[in-house]
Design a protein around this ligand. Sequence first.
Ligand SMILES: [Zn+2]
Length: 153
Amino acid sequence: MRRTITGFHQDDGGEWVAELSCLHGQHVRHRPPFQVRSWVRSEDGRAGRAGTELDCPLCDRAELPAGLRVSRTAGPFDAATVPAGLRNAHRVPEGTWGLLRVIEGSASIVIETDPPLAARLDAGDAQPIPPGVPHAVSVEGPVRLTVEFLVRE
Ligand SMILES: [Zn+2]
């Protein structure tokens, strides 16, 4: 899915990494003739790309970015107390990842990534939920689950 470039930093090897609104980083290398991005070498060039978009395959795979911390935990909920908002298609705010954790029983989640991701979680399983992407949780039978919200440290 498309994500907005919010800034840049250099990795340990001096390669430029675009920082995306989803909290993922993505290398933007200038390696002609395969990858022509001479703009990445200049401050003006990078500044000109801030606010534009890149495709983020890590979001479509719902891979949790590195270096996040838990800002808040919702729950635990059981089958009777799972909020309606979690059962219907809803979104985690921009700049925040969700992490659905099943403590007991099982739950299912559908996330509208591209392609959509459907997972069944049993006790001990956790499923990252990318920011801004509709998702819906369903439960059958007894369950205990929490949702953690993670932000950049
Ligand atoms: Zn991403």
